[in-house]
Write a protein that binds this ligand. Sequence first.
Ligand SMILES: Cc1cc2nc3c(=O)[nH]c(=O)nc-3n(C[C@H](O)[C@H](O)[C@H](O)COP(=O)(O)OP(=O)(O)OC[C@H]3O[C@@H](n4cnc5c(N)ncnc54)[C@H](O)[C@@H]3O)c2cc1C
Length: 321
Amino acid sequence: MLSLSCARSRALHASIKSRTVSSHSTGETRKGFWGSKQGYAVGGALGVSTAIGIWAWCKADKDRPLSIHSFSPVTILSSENTGSNTKLVRLKIPDRILPDISFPPPIWSVFVKDSDIQIERPFTPLEGASEDGALDLWVKKYSDSEMGRWIHSRPVGESVEIRGPHQTWAWKEDTWDRVVMIAGGTGVTPFHQLLHHVFSKGTKHSPVEFVLLHAYRSMDEIPPPAVMDNFSKWSKTNPNKLKISTFVEGETSGSYQDGKVTESAIREALATDDRSRTLVLICGPDRMINALVGPKTWDGSQGPVGGVLGKIPGKFEVWKL
Ligand SMILES: Cc1cc2nc3c(=O)[nH]c(=O)nc-3n(C[C@H](O)[C@H](O)[C@H](O)COP(=O)(O)OP(=O)(O)OC[C@H]3O[C@@H](n4cnc5c(N)ncnc54)[C@H](O)[C@@H]3O)c2cc1C
């Protein structure tokens, strides 16, 4: 909107200039105020102040802090294949707007705009925002998908537009004793953001116990080493606070378990004494959500807890991300 206005101002200037040129070209000789020395001085001053105004206006547009209400340009710093249909994409927020941005606690995402067909999709920065304004997105390209295809095809150095941060769920350290996170595919990104906040940025002595059960369709679809190494580091250094099970269909090597997240793994994760305040967070493809906790309602609200968790007795809350 503002850049359109800037363009309009430039057009207006061009038309004023062209009118000035044509009035000169008529060879008009009568000198009024605007032809006098004072007229040139006042006209010059007006021109300079208008130019400064337009420059400040355009600059304000570019320097507006990242916000949920409008798109801001960021630069693609790197884009690496992490499987045949996933990429790790690093975006950089310009330094000039960084000090004015405040990022909420996890879990939050940013909307990326596909400028070819003017659509947007949310993505969850793996580590939130770094101090120098980098956002790491792990992006999956589904077959026939628009945004996945578009982001995967953007070259390094290109500018893309994002808006946010948009908080999808608010982490509060003193509310839960145990948090069980169930993820499928790129649905693991919000949980990496949360665990990074707790184990890398925040206290190393979190009072909360975390369990992560995450599943992938093949080894080609597991998260990049940057993510898997963090999971393994955090669970090794906090063995009583973080337990992780990774399920990969058709894979039994190493620490992987074959197949999908199982009912027995969920029951085990929920087996706590009745006094503990337990929360189950789940994020992944619809068919996984439907099978494990029951679908959200048509308007995107939570809906009743069904599926596998609906059959498990006990005191716990469920939040479908
Ligand atoms: C809060 C939030 C955070 C998100 N964070 C991430 C993230 O960090 N990384 C990431 O890759 N994605 C993330 N997503 C999903 C992302 O926003 C898009 O929905 C996804 O990339 C598909 O968009 P598209 O335009 O590429 O596909 P579309 O053109 O919308 O869909 C194309 C095809 O893909 C199928 N499809 C779309 N989404 C899924 C899905 N989730 N599972 C299975 N099939 C699907 C559709 O059914 C369709 O057949 C997030 C979504 C939300 C709501």
